[in-house]
Ligand binder design. Structure first.
Ligand SMILES: Cc1cc2nc3c(=O)[nH]c(=O)nc-3n(C[C@H](O)[C@H](O)[C@H](O)COP(=O)(O)OP(=O)(O)OC[C@H]3O[C@@H](n4cnc5c(N)ncnc54)[C@H](O)[C@@H]3O)c2cc1C
Length: 411
């Protein structure tokens, strides 16, 4: 057995959520250990825009500002979107959000996952309060009345007053703690690619509901001439690239993945109702299986779950990491409150406060996305008629629309 180090908090998993949590805790004066099996792939400006991007809500950007990482992210490569347009292939209703509805300069930013992780890791590597264990993974964990011990795969023992698992959807820690999760396989996969369109993206996040599938176009900031982008050929002007997330049933995904580029672009253009004109080119496509997974509990003695380890949601509303970053803010707030009141910050009372604040919000969001996915996935005519009616009603009722926009923004 190797040296036993004692920390305030040990965070397991340094994806976007775990890395943000470690940094937030360190900035608030906690002594942190961070365990991660592999460092993130490096990000360089000269690299092709990474296929994985997220739509960051204003609440996520507020957190990144507090962590002093937002300027680095925004100045590297991020695309602000000011509008959101949602429409349906089977019914006439539309739903439009504009940054003005929130009195904000934008509704959020589209950013590469790899860039976010790269900037967070640079910051956490510079922070003397964070002991980074990478590559490392957890083999076992035990708790006593003062804290929790982690045994790493190489035999190192880490002791902390609190352990937080941010180790993603397949969380090994969640299983070690016997925390069950409600699980629903959507029988769908998300096809992800970057595409060039004939007309500019108008800094708009577009979403179209089709029978059994949803298609999102998210604006990208790269602005590079197509000829300079490996895999993309054509003569259209820059600033016309979008990232697509096309959630389709498994069998349809298999077919779409086998299409050659020209046929894929033609089918994609038709599915998008040619809203941005023709689709000129696409990068290679990546695919992700889709499921909803909600942990039955977020806490155990001296233990808490955050991010995808606690909740996995359908990507149609682009909220997964935004919810995870709200977990980070609430957990930090609960720990700081307790420490300021000279309480044990890892006590069951404090952890329950965190669980109460986040579990219902995450479950509500997950079930709302699930319901939207079910209603809009249906071809049945009465439902199809209702859904157009629903979009129009929300669109016309100012306060309801504002409430939707505020919730999506995390306000
Ligand atoms: C197609 C698609 C589109 C999406 N679009 C959006 C969007 O627009 N907006 C949005 O908010 N969200 C979006 N999401 C969701 C978002 O990507 C996830 O919610 C987010 O990546 C979860 O981050 P995380 O840090 O919790 O987990 P992860 O990113 O999974 O990170 C987990 C980390 O834990 C590490 N780890 C794993 N096992 C162990 C272990 N045993 N011990 C230690 N460490 C371990 C991993 O190496 C990794 O670094 C999308 C998801 C998909 C599939």
């Amino acid at each position: 057995m190797r040296t036993r180090a004692v920390h305030d908090v040990a965070v397991v998993g340094a994806g976007m959520v775990g890395a943000a949590l470690a940094l937030a805790l360190a900035k608030d004066g906690f002594d942190v250990a961070l365990v991660e099996p592999r460092p993130p792939a490096p990000w360089r400006e000269s690299d092709e825009v990474d296929l994985r991007v997220v739509a960051l809500a204003p609440s996520a950007i507020d957190l990144f500002r507090r962590l002093d990482v937002w300027t680095s992210i925004a100045s590297a490569r991020a695309c602000a979107y000011r509008h959101m347009h949602v429409w349906d292939a089977l019914a006439p209703g539309t739903l439009d959000f504009d940054a003005n509805d929130l009195g904000a300069p934008n509704l959020g930013h589209i950013v590469e996952n790899r860039l976010i992780q790269h900037v967070l890791w640079q910051a956490l590597r510079d922070d003397a309060r964070i002991a980074l264990h990478c590559p490392a993974s957890v083999a076992a964990t035990e708790s006593d009345e003062r804290g929790r011990t982690l045994t790493l795969a190489d035999g190192t023992l880490l002791a902390a007053r609190l352990v937080v698992a941010a180790d993603g959807a397949e969380s090994a820690l969640r299983r070690m703690l016997d925390i069950t999760a409600q699980d629903r396989d959507y029988g769908q996969r998300a096809i992800v690619a970057h595409v060039a369109t004939e007309r500019p993206h108008e800094n708009t996040a577009w979403q179209r509901f089709l029978p059994g599938s949803t298609l999102a176009f998210l604006p990208l900031a790269d602005g590079r001439p197509l000829a300079a982008i490996p895999g993309l050929r054509g003569t259209w002007a820059p600033a016309r690239r979008s990232s697509i997330v096309w959630s389709v049933p498994n069998t349809a995904a298999e077919r779409l993945l086998t299409l050659d580029d020209a046929t894929f672009c033609a089918e994609l253009g038709a599915a998008f109702d040619f809203r941005l004109g023709l689709i000129g080119a696409s990068t290679p496509r990546a695919v992700f299986p889709l499921r909803m997974r909600l942990a039955e509990r977020y806490i155990a003695p001296r233990f808490a779950l955050v991010g995808d380890a606690a909740h996995v949601v359908h990507p149609l509303a682009g909220q997964g990491v935004n919810l995870g970053l709200r977990d980070v803010s609430e957990l930090c707030a609960a720990l700081i409150e307790a420490r300021a009141a000279k309480q044990d910050f890892a006590s069951a009372t404090v952890l329950r406060r965190y669980e109460r604040r986040r579990r219902s919000d995450n479950a509500l969001s997950a079930h709302a996305f699930d319901a939207i996915q079910r209603v809009f996935g249906s071809n049945a005519m009465p439902i199809a008629a209702l859904r157009g009616f629903g979009l129009d009603v929300v669109n016309k009722l100012g306060p309801l629309k504002r409430a939707f926009a505020l919730h999506a923004a995390g306000r």
